[in-house]
Design a protein around this ligand. Structure first.
Ligand code: APR
Length: 250
């Protein structure tokens, strides 16, 4: 426990002395809200195949696979509530210490916790759109279609393909969000990296951009990442518990 105590004190000191904090989160920040991450044992990529965007466009087979994973993910996301890690980031933003959350997550839990400046690098699973005419639905409507057996939903206006407003492999990232994220990373002097394996580019370059601009990094992650050597403070543990303990001291 002594190590953790010391790490909490170090984290509080770093946050207190920082001018501008930013946070970078991955699926690991939402596992304590009951959502599976992707690469931990039993994670989503252990149970579902990654369907790339080009495959989604050209093959019904691939779309059926894609929607099979979403049929698990959508209800889980709709039932999930933010945990202490999400809440503490929102509290730090309200206190003026944290200027924004850069997230790879599509679950909307940062916003649900009260975070205002959330940069969703991989889009959001809270809505879906027609890839042809752009008509948009709340994801609940699409889940209904899936549950009534329509496993490859098409637009009722133009018969185009419907896709959650998320970024799949092989799909371009939202330019404006990427720019805002790198801007936030380069403008901060402390970046909290929480719950990401840092395996997916270009998202994983965001914490590195912060480091290269002189920011200190606090990593809170259950397992190691390729960039652990950049961390000023490396916390091997649960994001919710550690962030709650930091906020208590703060
Ligand atoms: N506290 C701290 N760390 C955790 C917790 C937790 N409660 N639960 C899991 N982790 C860690 C895991 O050890 C792992 O290193 O979070 C990390 C999650 O890594 P991934 O599952 O790879 O998720 P992420 O990094 O967000 O993946 C990036 O990959 O497939 C794409 O689009 C998908 O946005 C996703 C991207």
């Amino acid at each position: 426990m002594a190590v953790i105590r010391e790490q909490i004190d170090t984290a509080v000191k770093l946050i207190r002395s920082a001018e501008t904090c930013a946070a970078f989160s991955g699926a690991g920040i939402s596992t304590e809200s009951g959502l599976a991450d992707f690469r931990s044992p039993g994670g989503l990529w252990d149970r579902y195949r990654i369907v790339t965007h080009p495959e989604f466009l050209r093959s019904k087979e691939a779309r059926l696979e894609y929607w099979r994973m979403r049929r698990e993910l959508i209800p889980a996301i709709l039932n999930a509530r933010p945990n202490r890690a999400h809440e503490v980031l929102a509290e730090l933003e309200q206190s003026g210490k944290l200027h924004g959350v850069i997230t790879q997550n599509i679950d909307g839990l940062h916003q649900a916790a009260g975070s205002k400046n959330v940069m969703e690098l991989h889009g959001t699973n809270r809505t879906a759109s027609c890839l042809s005419c752009g008509k948009q639905w709340p994801i609940e409507d699409i889940q209904q279609l899936l549950e009534t057996g329509d496993l490859d939903p098409h637009c009722d206006l133009c018969d185009g393909l419907i896709n959650p407003d998320t970024v799949s492999f092989g799909q371009s990232m939202p330019e404006d969000v990427m720019n805002a994220a790198f801007q936030a990373a380069q403008n901060c002097d402390l970046l909290l990296m929480i719950g990401s394996s840092l395996e997916v580019q270009p998202a994983a370059s965001v914490p590195i951009a912060a480091y290269q601009n002189g920011a200190k990094l606090i990593f809170i992650n259950k397992t190691e990442t390729a960039s652990d050597d950049l961390a000023e403070l490396l916390v091997r543990g649960s994001a919710g518990d550690f962030m709650a303990a930091v906020m208590e001291e703060f």
